[in-house]
Unconditional design. Structure first.
Length: 531
């Protein structure tokens, strides 16, 4: 009998120890592999094809829902009890057309887009129900599809939106087809909203300034902490060139991370004349990031490879990954509920890095994408290994193959004021939140990193959660007030603490100790039984 009891005790102890050790990663999402030290939670399911996201500075989340044509809406979600799951989701703005992706909040207005129009609504902070302004929109930009050129009724439908620190609104439009005749449609344009009032007529899209030319489908746009705009571009399909290996479409052209500094305004980025190499046969290629002419186009390889003609990408990524969302981790804005929210802020080591959502491939022989990745940046805000920088997986399917049986396909990524990353999935109608599993050290005055950290940013897949305290934090990091052209004030940092993946937190340590004691007790009982 005692021997049986001993075996039971040892089994319980074993399960306890395994459970404690397994707690270094948490995922409430079926079939999810999550980078060690991170916590992925399903925030809301049963949505209406969620696309663009915008975390508000006080914790609520706005989302574009586009599933039902004619019933698209902008909804608000919130989590007052901080358990990592939405308390509710409520539509609060109702576009007059097919709002499908773009979403941004700027100076008291919510902006959204369809394939033809950009609208805005007056926004009341804290709004969680339909109000007087919910159906009173103002047209901001029209004629995006004028004449079938500026935007066109066919082709890519998303119109991504982002503001800079000078009240300029940027709108990205993708190509009509796989490879267009010219780049007239595939551009990022911008307009100055500083003098736009409630009585102003809308801008004509075709008359807006061309900020970037020749970007095939730059769906994701985001500013880094230095005020520079970046975007992720979806490359063309079905590429074949007999002199470069024949059918090379599986790994070419590369998806691109592009950098758009102000000094490059109006410059040409290659589409549709040129494409970027990701991987060619060794005897044919010139290396990742090399530009080549598209078959049938009049330009030459030499012309495409001349940076005076074509601005090269900052990073060349795996073909057909379909990057749709991008954001930069700028640290944490002071927030009264941050310490009560789950999951916790991303590790300090990630500050300055780019985070990208891969929607996933449709015409690659072996599917790829379907994940969230981090692109490491150096202290100068540039990819650590240049154009060959490898994105680091943070969330992906943990089983065989890239595709998820649950049909997860990530769309947008946005950081909130608490340093957590929000992401939408439009094929299974869910929104997730990703952050750290470990709470901040209790001895840290604020417990959260800030933009001004100089933490090591090596290209490592480890979370490196050497979180440091920062009593002084810049208020300019709020999602609605962040001015990318300003210089954040310096922060005071406390001495670095040990890595929470190495340092076992007190509750986990206590559990392991208790389980170990049970294990020792079981061994002792068996030993006495044998004597």
């Amino acid at each position: 009998m005692r021997k049986f009891q001993s075996v039971v005790i040892m089994f319980v102890a074993f399960v306890g120890i395994v459970g404690c050790l397994a707690s270094t990663t948490r995922a409430s999402v079926a079939d999810a592999w999550v980078e060690e030290g991170l916590d992925l939670r399903r925030f809301r399911s049963g949505m209406e094809q969620p696309r663009g996201l915008f975390p508000l500075p006080y914790g609520d989340i706005l989302v574009v829902q586009r599933k039902t044509k004619g019933a698209e809406n902008i909804a608000v979600m919130w989590d007052d009890n901080g358990d990592g799951e939405a308390d509710d989701v409520v539509p609060i703005f109702f576009p007059p057309g097919n709002a499908n992706h773009g979403l941004v909040v700027h100076k008291g207005y919510v902006y959204a887009s369809s394939d033809t129009t950009v609208w805005r609504w007056k926004w009341v902070p804290g709004q969680r129900a339909e109000g007087p302004n919910s159906r009173k929109h103002q047209e901001v930009i029209t004629n995006i599809n004028k004449g079938g050129n500026g935007g066109a009724a066919r082709g890519h439908r998303t119109r991504s939106l982002v503001f800079d620190g000078n009240d300029r609104l940027y709108v990205s439009v993708g190509s009509v087809g796989n490879v267009d005749r010219d780049s007239y449609r595939s551009r990022i344009r911008r307009c100055d909203m500083s003098f736009f009032s409630d009585d102003s007529p809308p801008f004509d899209f075709t008359e807006l300034e061309v900020f970037a030319d020749g970007v095939r489908n730059e769906v994701g746009l985001a500013f880094d902490a230095n005020g520079t705009l970046w975007g992720v571009e979806n490359g063309a399909d079905n590429l074949k060139r007999s002199d470069l290996g024949g059918d090379i479409h599986n790994d070419n052209p590369a998806e691109e991370l592009n950098r758009f500094p102000e000094e490059n305004a109006g410059m040409y980025y290659g589409y549709p004349n040129c494409w970027t190499e990701y991987k060619l046969p060794p005897s044919k290629g010139k290396g990742r990031g090399t530009a080549w002419k598209w078959p049938g186009k009049s330009k030459t390889d030499a012309w495409c490879q001349n940076p005076s003609n074509v601005v090269p990408p900052a990073v060349a990524m795996q073909a057909h990954s379909a990057p749709l969302g991008i954001d930069f981790y700028k640290g944490v804005t002071p927030h009264k509920n941050c310490t009560e929210k789950r999951p916790y802020a991303m590790p300090e080591k990630y500050i300055g890095d780019a985070f990208v959502a891969f929607h996933g491939s449709w015409n690659r022989d072996t599917p790829t994408g379907y994940k969230i990745v981090r692109i490491p940046m150096d202290d100068h805000g540039m990819p650590v290994d240049g154009v060959s920088t490898e994105p680091v997986d943070l969330v992906r399917h943990k089983g065989l193959g890239a595709k998820w049986p649950t049909n997860v396909r990530f769309v947008d990524v946005k950081f909130d004021a608490c340093g957590r990353l929000w992401t939408s999935s439009d094929k299974n109608d869910e929104v997730y939140v990703l952050g750290s599993l470990a709470p901040p050290p209790t001895r840290a005055p604020t417990g959260y990193p800030t933009l001004n950290s100089t933490a090591d940013k090596s290209n490592s897949s480890e979370d490196g959660s050497n979180v440091t305290a920062a009593p002084s934090q810049s208020p300019s990091l709020s999602p609605t007030t962040f001015d990318p052209t300003s210089s954040p004030s310096s922060a005071t940092r406390s001495p670095a603490v040990d890595n929470p993946r190495v340092r076992v937190h007190a509750p986990i340590a206590a559990s392991i100790a208790a389980a170990f004691c049970l294990f020792v007790a079981g061994v002792a009982m068996i030993a006495r039984e044998r004597r």
